[in-house]
Ligand binder design. Structure first.
Ligand code: RP5
Length: 171
């Protein structure tokens, strides 16, 4: 049986899914139950509000929200719940940085943890850090991830020293 989702991943459009799935993938790898929804701040405001306001009552522990362009979704989500909300500003090649700027410019009193543009992986890792505060098994998985990442960099540096940068670049 699938366990109840702890993390809600919401996005303004299905066109954001390529970015937002990056967060779902990492949560899946860590075994963190999540649900993925398309809920637009502008096109489906009532459904979005209903989802966000009901999230804590359904057992969600935090929400990851992403949108591009004027990107109001994460902000209005943070305004309607006391759960931690993590924002992923979605950036396309033909966008400026408007989604990022709007997400970091939240008014005092409504906190929003804004990740790098298209930062699905970091959004999931921050969610895992928060959840790990009250989940020892998840904290252990996170510590293992950190150790693996650390060793991977040391291995790469050792190879670079052994081969020299020219050979390293050539593979
Ligand atoms: C935003 O407008 C969405 O989050 C998406 O990033 C962008 C374009 O949406 P579509 O026109 O592709 O549905 O609200």
């Amino acid at each position: 049986m699938m366990s109840s989702p702890l993390v809600g991943i919401i996005m303004g459009s299905d066109s954001d899914l390529d970015v937002m799935s990056g967060a779902a993938k990492v949560l899946d790898e860590f075994g963190v139950a999540n649900e993925v929804r398309v809920l637009s701040a502008h096109r489906t405001p009532e459904e979005t509000s209903q989802y966000v306001r009901g999230a804590a009552g359904r057992g969600l522990k935090l929400i990851i929200a992403g949108a591009g362009g004027s990107a109001h979704l994460a902000g209005v989500t943070a305004a309607q719940t006391v759960l931690p909300v993590i924002s992923i500003p979605v950036k396309r090649a033909d966008h400026g940085h408007e989604a990022l700027w709007s997400n970091v410019a939240m008014p005092p009193g409504i906190p929003l943890a804004t990740m790098p543009e298209n930062g699905g992986k970091n959004a999931a890792l921050l969610a895992i850090r928060i959840l790990a505060l009250s989940d020892a098994a998840l904290a252990k998985k996170y510590a293992d991830f950190v150790a693996k990442q650390h060793n991977s960099v040391l291995d790469k540096d050792a190879q670079l020293q052994a081969k020299g940068w020219q050979s390293y670049l050539q593979g």
